[in-house]
Design a binder for this molecule. Structure first.
Ligand SMILES: [Zn+2]
Length: 291
């Protein structure tokens, strides 16, 4: 499942070719993904210009002229690849060719520039919707999305206000998409380690008695931002088949400090990374330095 850094990486890749481009030809190859495509999907997109390409939570939002927005979600295994006109002659590596199984290419966006953007999704949990732009903020998918952790509004005080009022573990509160948008299991584990806070700690420990943020809230907010920004800088990271959007295979090389590293030693204190289950999800942490 892609987390915020993966989606943001895809957004940045797509933006280089989609921004300001006109959608000249849409090839929709099946009636549905996770949900049916919107009625007359190809017809409604053809001729439209992409005015902005944004991300909200894990949704990619292409605002089109004509006051509609194309909302896209990658699901479990969705990816985009860009085929620039000049790429047509470039020989694919064997691995690249294998990954481009055309049976899973479900939508092809032809752009006025001659480039093509191909949406591939073997498991088909992704989806695409067309929503009037003015309705986005109140749409059921988006209206309850929490704060964007990379926005200016996100800091220790905001974190304490949102998470520090919940009667759950800190880890569980961090995964609540209605509190913080797009932070998933991998980066929640990494941020808690970075901030040296135990995932078992009460979420309320982020707030002091007078309601102000604790020093832990300040440290954790900083850590969340840091792990996300580093992952985006590294091109995102994922355990699944995620390709970068530049046309090549993009298995991101990212070194997690605790995630999926049970049994190895902590880079900070030399302790052993442990694994436990919280709310049905695996939590990785260092028992030595996370308090
Ligand atoms: Zn440690």
């Amino acid at each position: 499942m892609p987390e915020l850094p993966e989606v943001e990486t895809v957004r940045r890749g797509l933006e280089t070719v989609m921004l300001g481009a006109r959608l000249s030809q849409i090839d929709q190859r099946r009636p549905d993904l996770r949900f049916p495509f919107p009625e007359r999907f190809a017809e409604r997109l053809t001729g439209r210009t992409v005015e902005t390409l944004r991300r909200r939570a894990k949704y990619l939002i292409a605002d089109l002229d004509g006051a509609e927005s194309l909302v896209m979600h990658l699901g479990m295994s969705g990816s985009f690849r860009i085929e620039r006109a000049a790429n047509a002659q470039r020989p694919f590596s064997e691995a690249e060719a294998a990954a481009k199984d055309p049976a899973h290419d479900h939508v092809v966006f032809g752009l006025s520039s001659g480039a093509r953007i191909v949406y591939n999704d073997p498991r088909r949990f992704g989806f695409m919707l067309l929503i009037p732009s003015q309705d986005l903020a109140t749409h059921p998918l988006l209206r309850s999305a929490g704060i964007e952790p990379l926005s200016d509004a996100f800091d220790g005080a905001a974190l304490a206000k949102l998470v520090g009022t919940k009667r759950t573990s800190l880890k569980a509160a961090l995964l609540d998409q209605k509190l913080i948008a797009g932070l998933g299991n991998i980066y929640a584990c990494e941020a808690l380690h970075r901030a040296a806070l135990s995932p078992r700690r009460a979420a309320m420990s982020l707030t002091r008695k007078n309601g102000s943020p604790s020093v832990h809230a300040m440290r954790l907010a900083h850590a969340i931002r840091a792990v996300l920004e580093e992952a985006i800088a590294a091109g995102g990271s994922s355990l699944r088949d995620h390709r970068t959007t530049d046309g090549g295979l993009g298995y991101f090389q990212h070194n997690f400090r605790v995630y999926d590293r049970a049994g190895s030693s902590c880079a900070r204190c030399g302790g052993t990374i442990e694994r436990m289950t919280q709310s049905g999800r695996a939590t990785f942490y260092c028992g030595g330095c996370q308090r």
